[in-house]
Write a protein that binds this ligand. Structure first.
Ligand code: GLU
Length: 500
């Protein structure tokens, strides 16, 4: 919230996986934002057409009820060791004494137009004249210190009721563009949810991720299951053969994701059908090792609703944060949190920025008369791509924890890191550094300037349509190695590996 306000924080949501080393229990927590009761299926349409992304994202309509604080409270109640209050002290101190603005934050603030004009942000990130403070400037955020102190003293109720809640409601309902309906009752009704993690064997490991409303765990699991048919360990890292197979498996997984994954409390998501070995074997059989397939149609896993129209969505990805932590007792946390796009809704209250997570819903309630699973509904959670992941060995012991920001590209970033670490056995930092490549069922995407030019030609020879992008992942991972731990943090952002 404080030092990476562009990415995540208490104004947004999160998903967290937790491994308890003593019992071997893996829990997953859903702190995803919910749509307020006043949300309506057509709220991101303008004259019947989907709004432009920034039009929908900026202002009050896109703000979902923030879930991070309730989720952290729930996870702390279940697994915490230190008193709740103490956890906030370092952030409060840093907010009051100031922190040095990072180059990335300075760069993103410099190109930001809307946040710059809001009085709350002006006081913190910009000079009185409205100029961006340079990287290295001391940033103080006393409003945030006050909010954090209230949460530290009272608990999450200090966020969901009272003065902080009042600030959220006022800011959303009086937003200069697209005022939203989010009200006190929406905040008071918010619940974080413990859900069953999505776990599936992958070769000699077991890979666990976040289930719906995130599509992350299912898409990673399906991709890996299809790749089991191929001996990836025998292929050179990022060779054309390997990139081809991984991209093809991802395209098939994305076709299912786009059609079937949404908030499972509102629409039946065929989780078991999507992970059934026979179904995945049949999907994997569609992969031709020599040639890219066409744009993939969703399959028909058991329990799936044929009438649903696929809706891609979620292709931004400059914000969001992931961290992976292992403590001295071997307990692990893999957590991805987000306010959605960079600086979220551009609305600020209580020293924090409010999310625009509701733009992760499909803007269109239906396509050609066919309903969309991820349409907007009151109290529903928008589909995510966040993929916090924990890998276990055959005895249920921790192997690694990993995850990334990156919008719907998160899935491809995480698959790359998993294959690099597990199949190619690369040191974790190298696994993170490896050039990014992926498919979201719309052609192969390669990280700009990171690959040997021969790769593009080799993929085109296999009839891939290839596009190159910056592909700014923010992978963070920890792996258990003989005698200790190994970390990997993405240099594409400002990640670090730390130990104490
Ligand atoms: N809102 C996205 C999601 O939940 C994450 C956005 C990002 O990574 O930048 O999938």
């Amino acid at each position: 919230t404080l030092v990476e306000p562009q990415s995540s924080g208490i104004g947004g949501g999160a998903f967290m996986l937790h491994l308890d080393a003593a019992s071997g229990k893996l829990s997953s927590y859903d702190g995803r934002e919910t749509a307020p009761r006043g949300a309506r299926p057509g709220m991101f349409l303008d004259g019947g057409e989907p709004m432009k992304f920034m039009q929908a994202a900026t202002g009050g309509t896109a703000v979902g009820v923030p879930g991070a604080v309730r989720m952290l409270e729930l996870a702390h109640a279940r697994h915490g060791r230190l008193p709740w209050k103490r956890l906030f002290e370092p952030a409060i101190e840093l907010a009051e004494r100031g922190f040095a603005m990072s180059p990335r934050l300075a760069r993103l603030l410099a190109r930001e137009r809307v946040l710059r004009a809001t009085p709350a942000a002006k006081g913190v990130y910009y000079t009185k004249e409205g100029e961006t403070k340079p990287a290295g400037s001391l940033i103080l955020n006393s409003a945030l210190a006050k909010t954090l102190r209230a949460i530290a003293d009272v608990g999450a109720d200090a966020f969901y009721r009272g003065a902080v809640a009042g600030g959220i409601v006022e800011t959303v309902q009086r937003a200069p563009s697209h005022p939203g309906t989010l009200g006190y009752a929406d905040l008071a009704a918010y619940r974080a949810i413990e859900r069953a993690p999505v776990c599936r064997p992958y070769r000699k490991w077991k890979v666990c991720g976040m289930g719906p409303p995130s599509s992350g765990g299912l898409a990673v699991a399906q991709t890996l299951a299809m790749l089991e048919r191929f001996d990836l360990a025998a292929l050179k890292p990022i060779s054309p053969e390997a990139v081809h197979l991984i991209a093809e498996a991802e395209a098939l997984a994305f076709a299912d994701r786009d059609a079937y994954v949404a908030d499972a409390d509102f629409v039946p998501v065929p989780i078991d059908g999507m992970l059934a070995p026979d179904y995945l074997a049949a999907r994997a059989a569609l992969i031709d090792p020599k040639r890219a397939g066409p744009k993939r149609e969703p399959g028909r896993p058991a329990g799936s609703e044929a009438a649903l129209a696929p809706e891609p969505g979620g292709d931004k990805g400059l914000s969001t944060t992931h961290f992976a932590i292992v403590d001295g007792a071997g307990n692990a946390v893999s957590m991805t949190s987000s306010i959605e796009t960079v600086f979220g809704s551009r609305l600020m209250t209580g020293g924090f920025i409010l999310n625009n997570q509701l733009t992760d819903f499909s803007f269109r309630p239906s396509v050609d008369g066919r309903p969309v699973a991820n349409s907007v509904a009151p109290a529903k959670r928008p589909r995510s791509s966040m993929a916090p992941t924990i890998v276990l060995d055959g005895h249920g012991r921790l192997v690694m924890a990993v995850g990334s920001p990156g919008g719907s590209r998160i899935i491809g970033f995480v698959v790359k890191a998993l294959v690099a670490a597990l199949d190619w056995n690369l040191p974790l930092q190298q696994a993170v550094d490896l050039p990014n490549f992926l498919s979201r069922n719309g052609g192969a995407e390669l990280e700009d300037g990171a690959f040997d030019p021969g790769l593009k030609a080799a993929l085109e020879a296999r009839s891939h349509t290839v596009k190159t992008f910056a592909l700014q992942s923010g992978l963070h991972a920890v792996r258990v190695v003989p005698g200790g731990l190994e970390g990997g943090a993405d240099k594409r952002r400002e990640g670090v590996v730390l130990a104490e």
